[in-house]
Design a protein around this ligand. Structure first.
Ligand code: SF4
Length: 335
């Protein structure tokens, strides 16, 4: 089954179901692809006889396997993300690493590789590159095209480097919270191949280089300057400097929980004479935050929403940014 240019690997899925004798299977798709969930469910149940249950909950990453559904079914197919080689220490607890061993028995990651040709958008992006050397990265859906993009860029006189990731499966792969494949490479700027702004914003913020984002589906090119994005974060910290009370958010999505980190931050805040409260959340939305009588928040869950937080009425800081407020970290060492 190939829908929206993604390979859903339905033959492999049906074979696995038959091989394992699974009578009840789960499907978990990311937000943008839930529209095809019922088509996949219909095909699977017709051809294998298995009962199919679709996860209706939000899903943004491999860190976000629907554990309740996993316990209900014989096999769970999680679409759009790849397994971590190891879980990033900054955002994922050890508990999740242990659970990953159990996942291997019943959770299968269907990567949804795209068949869209990335060459036209890479050619378009090449015109925007200022330097001679570029770090080449992509989301999982396009990572198989990076070597071709590298050869194409050479024709434009650009030396492209595809770096190894500390924890992700493929060279050049990035997540909204994992940019090590870009951090390792000597380059003047970054070319990101994929959709949306979360990855290029995170790359520019944390790597500190200019990022050119090329979307092979829309052919749009976006430019993200590190300095401008970092200034926005400094403004958020400044707004929180006068805050007397903080809500420390603990993510309850399966791989995002950092309970010990959140508790440590709360204790530090109390030692500095601030009021601080631990708050659990599945999804961090402004309407939910507004219910709490605190002056500012600290996010210890998924970091990819930093750009969204700029528009929230109350400041939402990362743990590192909060340490600046506490006087334990210098402004130069946030990223
Ligand atoms: S923590 Fe956020 S950015 Fe990282 S994998 Fe999960 S959803 Fe993606």
């Amino acid at each position: 089954m190939i829908k929206n240019s993604y390979d859903f690997e339905s033959e492999k899925i049906k074979e696995l179901i038959k091989e394992r004798g699974a009578s009840r299977v789960g499907l978990q798709l990311p937000e943008g692809l839930k529209t095809v969930a019922t088509d996949i469910a219909a095909e699977i149940s017709q051809e294998t006889g298995a009962e199919v249950i679709i996860s209706g909950n939000s899903c943004y990453g491999a860190c976000d396997v629907d554990e309740k559904l996993e316990r209900t079914v014989d096999l769970l197919f999680h679409f759009g993300h790849s397994e971590y080689n190891s879980f990033g220490k900054a955002f994922h607890s050890k508990k999740r690493f242990v659970r990953k061993e159990n996942y291997q028995k019943k959770v299968f990651f269907i990567e949804l590789r795209s068949s869209v040709d990335i060459k036209p958008v890479v050619e378009k992006a090449a015109a925007e590159l200022k330097g001679d050397s570029v770090g080449l990265v992509a989301t999982l859906q396009h990572v198989h095209g990076l070597n071709e993009a590298k050869m194409l860029l050479a024709r434009f006189g650009k030396k492209a480097v595809i770096g190894k990731s500390n924890s992700l499966k493929y060279e050049g792969q990035v997540l909204g919270c994992e940019f090590s494949s870009a951090a390792m490479v000597p380059c003047e700027e970054i070319l990101f191949i994929g959709s949306g702004s979360f990855h290029p914003v995170g790359l520019a913020l944390y790597i500190g280089k200019r990022v050119i984002a090329a979307d092979p589906f829309t052919m749009q090119i976006g430019i993200y300057e590190a300095e401008g994005l970092r200034k926005k974060r400094y403004v958020a910290i400044e707004r929180a400097l006068d805050a007397k009370s903080f809500g420390i958010i603990i993510g309850m999505k399966s791989g995002q929980s950092n309970l010990s980190g959140a508790i440590a931050l709360r204790r530090k805040a109390v030692e500095k004479g601030l009021n601080a409260y631990l708050i659990t959340m599945d999804e961090i939305r402004e309407d939910k935050l507004l219910a709490f009588k605190v002056d500012a928040f600290v996010n210890t869950a998924c970091p990819r929403l930093a750009e969204d937080f700029i528009h929230f009425k109350k400041p939402v800081l990362s743990a590192r940014e909060f340490e600046v407020v506490l006087g334990e970290r210098s402004w130069e060492c946030i990223f």
